[in-house]
Design a protein around this ligand. Structure first.
Ligand SMILES: N[C@@H](CCC(=O)N[C@@H](CSC=O)C(=O)NCC(=O)O)C(=O)O
Length: 283
């Protein structure tokens, strides 16, 4: 597993630092990028770490620039990590053709189909390679990890947490794709990355996973009512019903008038970071 990091840029932020890094990924077989926010407390003690998975078209930069998360990470003593959303420059035919598939749209799955399987291994990258790199280079409490995300990244966060309940103590999401098997974005990605057999899709669908694995803590989801993707791509009611059936505690907050943008995320980011910090600092 590669541990070589190339520092790119560093910016002072709320008495801590936002830093951009690049590294050769053995999982994705190419150069990958991520950003880290180190709050001031990390200079004197190891801290919990909170991973943010971004949505379609995003890079490692969107969340750090637009969400306004750093001041609340500083206040609550958590390190933030935001990876890129796909491999880049893999030279796979068609990877740049669509904004909702290929580059910028890795969907946090391990592709099993050609030509994607050689590089598009975002599930393993996010759950294994990246945490190992973070643990090797930054002052994190490795037994205190949380994960959250937006849209495609909300789907990724829920799937990573439900498949690894011992690894992630807390999970939340903004406007997540909670039922990818039933919606066009998910069906397109899963058909191409995972193949036509829909049975193989279940292990990447939060509304299926929650029926068999429940988490210790309540899941927090915020969803805007003015989100243009709400009915066709997001369908939070499917996850709500699955959680009710499985007995999984869920706080689903329908936020009146909010859309799918980072204006929505930045409005509620404080609540999410406080939710994670309370769990990650407890016990
Ligand atoms: N085609 C548009 C819309 C793309 C978009 O809304 N992307 C969201 C995530 S959608 C689900 O995963 C996003 O986070 N965009 C980046 C941003 O900074 O807002 C487009 O190309 O923008």
């Amino acid at each position: 597993m590669s541990q070589l990091l190339t520092p790119l840029n560093t910016y002072a932020c709320f008495n801590g630092t936002v830093s951009f890094y690049s590294h050769p990924s053995t999982t994705c077989k190419g150069e990958m990028k991520f950003t880290v926010y180190l709050p001031p407390r990390s200079q004197s003690e190891p801290l919990p770490v909170l991973y943010f998975l971004s949505g379609l078209t995003c890079t490692e930069e969107n969340f750090m620039v637009k969400a306004g998360a750093q001041q609340f990470a500083a206040k609550n003593g958590v390190i933030l990590v935001a990876p890129d959303t796909s491999p880049r420059g893999a030279n796979i035919p068609g990877e740049e053709d669509d904004w909702d598939f290929g580059t910028g749209a890795g969907f946090y799955v391990d592709a099993t189909q050609e030509p994607w399987r050689s590089h598009y291994q975002m599930y393993s990258y996010v759950t294994q390679e990246l945490p190992a790199i973070i643990a090797a280079h930054f002052p994190v409490k490795i037994d205190r990890q949380g994960i959250f995300g937006h849209s495609m990244g909300g789907h990724g966060a829920l799937v990573c947490a439900l498949r690894n309940p011992e690894q992630y103590r807390s999970v939340s999401a903004f406007a997540p794709i909670v039922a990818p098997m039933r919606v066009p974005w998910g069906q397109k990605a899963f058909t191409n990355y995972l193949g036509a057999d829909e049975e193989t899709w279940r292990s990447y669908d939060a509304s299926e996973l929650v029926l068999t694995t429940q988490l210790k803590h309540s899941i927090l989801i915020d969803q805007g009512t003015a989100d243009t993707f709400l009915e066709k791509q997001l369908m939070p009611q499917v996850f709500e019903q699955a959680c009710a059936k499985a007995g999984q505690p869920l706080t689903l907050r329908m936020q009146d008038g909010y859309d799918h943008s980072y204006y929505f995320i930045s409005t509620f980011i404080e609540d999410h970071i406080r939710y994670h910090a309370e769990i990650l600092w407890s016990e």
